[in-house]
Ligand binder design. Sequence first.
Ligand code: PLP
Length: 333
Amino acid sequence: MSRPVGAQRLQGLDKNSQVLLLTSLYASTALKRPIQLELYNSCCLSLQGHPALVTVLARFFGKLLGQDIDPLTNVMVTVGAYEALFCCFQALVDGGDEVIIIEPFFDCYEPMVKMAGGTPVFIPLRPVSGPQKPGKLMSSGDWQLDPAELASKFTRRTKAIVLNSPNNPLGKVFSKKEMELIADLCVKHDVLCFSDEVYEWLVYDGKKHIRIASLLGMWDRTVTIGSAGKTFSATGWKVGWTLGPDHLVKHLRTVHQNCVYHCPTAAQVRGIASSFLYRKESALSLAATQIHSRCQSHFQPAQTESGMDSCCACMAAAKLVGYMDHFFLLHTR
Ligand SMILES: Cc1ncc(COP(=O)(O)O)c(C=O)c1O
């Protein structure tokens, strides 16, 4: 990025001596022993996330993004992806900034932009022209961005674009070509991308989830948002994360530090870090495809119950007892 990115209202709020002290303490001790999950289990110390979890996330997503991800500066664990989104808008959007939102969109994007003083600028996905083949249903892939219309939305006031692939509510998985179109415009206009990838493992029918941060010139300007709730089918745990370059994530840390400070340790460690490390596979050796198929099985209707059983087994490995209600929601007792 060649322009200042942090929201002006955060200026002077970024230094916190307690945080600096604890960060250096963690760097020198805890990160060297990330697998000792019991350690620090009930402590409330690390605002960017528990060492066990940030270490796993850095290694796991570092491979997928083709980046050397530093657990302390490139990762921040949040109270669900919801808080991750809130931090992005509060930290990086100023009054007068425009934020491009692709329609249809997850409902909180618009109010969150407005709460930060920004102006949402909408661009609809439109059905591709041409006669519909008889007997063939339209798919979410038939709804696409018009390249010229998208380009017209980028102005000198544009600060960011929100990308949500796979998309809620359409289920559309943006193709590499569509991602490249967005990426090229972001680079050309020096614009940030908030990439909400909470449904990253729910990709079917030969489609591939493309991480926009892995495209040329995009790591530096993208905050990637994930959700353990969606990944492990346990939304009540409210664990999410952001991944990105320090020059962006440091501003998110300022917001996070001054609102919730950190995500509950028990959820981070017992629930989620353990899930990544389930069956004693380290996140390094756990192939993305294995996680992928495990997560998909949690969601496929015909296998919902067995998927939940496997989720309960994850929790049992973390010494928690899980049970499922009639809406297939997972609880602990
Ligand atoms: C597109 C999208 N982003 C973010 C979230 C929030 O995720 P979390 O439950 O981790 O806060 C949701 C939840 O439904 C969602 O659909």
